[in-house]
Design a protein. Structure first.
Length: 349
């Protein structure tokens, strides 16, 4: 996308006409007691600058529309909706609105939405998606600030707010080690996906720090329950000695859980199980409910929106900003305490 011109603001019109911003606003809205010559001069300045007056009084006085665009490639909204909710929390405090556009992974559609958002004179744009892979920048020399949320930009000068997936994977391993599991297998998604590679590498590194190795080399497959069931078949067929499985997603973990139960392995007594994403549909629906790593997507959305607001106000935050993940413990790693022995008859407890 080529370089886009910055939209003229009411301040630009006022400067060209040689009047104050308030006078320019009154002249363009037909308000106030102004000389006709002043009104003509302001209108002529607006025409020369191709200024399009916004209906909101705040916009006329500040050059801002108090709107933000959000462009996503996450068609089903699994990741972008929580990010959107967090962003709305932050922006709503400033009475700002969000225009959500689904680019569907199509560069042509995406560029159309960018042009549309800029024609609506949004104050900034948040870019998000369903994967954490770095993507090319939205455009070159865009006239408004851009913040990337969940995904990141390949340009280190752009502001990207991302989950600390490596840190989340380390927390999963820390938890399994803390409950006494040392023979840990890792089952995750496609190796071509950044998330799968990052989580597998971090888990392997954390085990190495304790002088341990994974029960088997990481098993890469799909982000699905079907793959989780297949992976258990691979582990059992290879006679792998494992007492825990860390999964790259909750969908995989639920499949693993079902297959372990079918094979007569108890969760968590025989095999402790940890997922990733903390997707309640999966974690609460599993038997037993899944311990999982939560990427704090709403918090990530709030942080992205706050950084966008700061950039709009002249204080950008270039670079990559990682948001910590946290562990949510459920029954898949919680071995129940054995019942207390009953007291002998007649003996007071």
């Amino acid at each position: 996308m080529g370089k886009l011109e910055r939209h003229a603001t009411i301040a630009d019109v006022a400067a060209l006409a040689g009047v104050s911003v308030g006078t320019a606003s009154k002249a363009l809205n037909g308000r106030g007691s102004l000389r006709e010559e002043t009104r003509r001069r302001v209108r002529e300045a607006a025409r020369q600058l191709s200024f399009e007056a916004n209906a909101g009084a705040r916009s006329l006085h500040s050059g801002r529309t108090y709107t933000v665009g959000m462009v996503t490639t996450d068609t089903i909204g699994r990741f972008s909706i929580p990010v959107l909710m967090g962003a709305e929390d932050a922006l709503g405090a400033g009475e700002m609105s969000i225009f959500l556009c689904d680019g569907r992974g199509d560069p042509i559609r995406e560029q159309y939405y960018i042009r549309t958002l800029l024609s609506r004179r949004v104050d900034g744009i948040i870019v998000t998606g369903r994967r954490t892979e770095a993507r090319p920048p939205l455009g070159v020399d865009l006239p408004v600030p851009i913040v990337y949320a969940f995904i990141s930009s390949t340009d280190p000068g752009d502001c990207s707010v991302v989950p600390d997936e490596a840190g989340g994977a380390r927390k999963a391993i820390d938890h399994l080690l803390a409950i006494g599991r040392t023979r840990i297998a890792h089952v995750t998604g496609p190796e071509r996906h950044n998330s799968a590679r990052v989580r597998a590498a971090a888990a392997t590194e954390r085990l190495a720090e304790e002088g341990l190795s994974p029960a088997t080399p990481p098993l890469f497959g799909g982000w699905s329950e079907v793959w989780g069931r297949q992976a258990v078949g691979i582990l059992l067929a290879g006679q792998a000695d494992f007492d825990a499985v860390f999964c790259g997603s909750d969908q995989i973990a639920r499949g693993v859980c079902d297959a372990l139960r079918s094979a007569g392995r108890r969760v968590p007594e025989d095999v402790a199980l940890v997922g990733f994403d903390n997707w309640d549909v999966m974690t609460e629906g599993a038997q037993p409910p899944l311990t999982s790593i939560d990427m704090n997507l709403e918090g990530l959305g709030r942080s992205a929106a706050e950084k966008l607001l700061a950039a709009i106000n002249g204080s950008p935050s270039p670079g990559r900003h990682a948001i910590a993940c946290h562990l949510v413990v459920r029954e898949s790693t919680t071995v129940p305490f054995p019942p207390a022995p009953s007291s002998p008859a007649g003996r007071p407890r």
